[in-house]
Design a binder for this molecule. Sequence first.
Ligand code: PLP
Length: 243
Amino acid sequence: MIDNIPLNQIETEMRASIAQVQANIANAAKKAGRDLSEVTLVAVSKTKPLEMIQIAYNLGIRHFGENRVQEALTKIAAFHPDDLVWHMIGHLQTNKARKVVSAFDIIQSVDSLHLAQTLERLIAEEAEESGKRLPVLLEVNVAAEASKAGLALSDVPSVARQIATLPHLEVRGLMTVAPQVEDAEGVRPVFRALRQARDQLRSELTSCVELSMGMTNDYAIAIEEGATIVRVGRAIFGAREPV
Ligand SMILES: *Cc1c(COP(=O)(O)O)cnc(C)c1O
């Protein structure tokens, strides 16, 4: 039971939600003339209980995203099958970086050179894992919103080049959280700008292929604009309690 709702009912609802999201992803890919295999669905499980994550896993989801370190560490310690990929998608303070490095499989929210250098040092210190390279995405504040973390678009090339020299990190691409707008169409230029930044970078950093953009309100538009990773929470797990 979760909130007095039996698990089998939750499973029935989640099965339908996931099928709907996957159908929407397929439609958006088709509309854009893209192959469905180019798009990875990350189920954003923040604030949701472990049981729901396990149900989603049993329904075929293999990528999960969390934005709070402590909450995530508890979940990851309890549930990390070999084929499950945990994505860190929230702002990361350098003093919490150590735990994040050993728990998460990919960090989407690298928003400064300083954070990247801290991650690099921590991975290098873990002697037995020195062969490891941690995949990271650089978070970009495309719309330059004061309330949001992320690199300025104009800083992305120079910061990406510097991070790419760090031996234990691999710059896999760019990530953004689009502004909240009434009409999701309004965020199309933001997605387009991130894609252009990725395209430019990719010509010199060949590992920089991923474009993580699009959430419950706008993932279809993000896919039309080239997203390779969409991060969907509410459309899979239902509304979140306000925190
Ligand atoms: C919460 C969150 C999401 C998912 O948002 P939904 O609107 O629930 O789909 C995606 N990305 C980040 C960075 C988030 O914090």
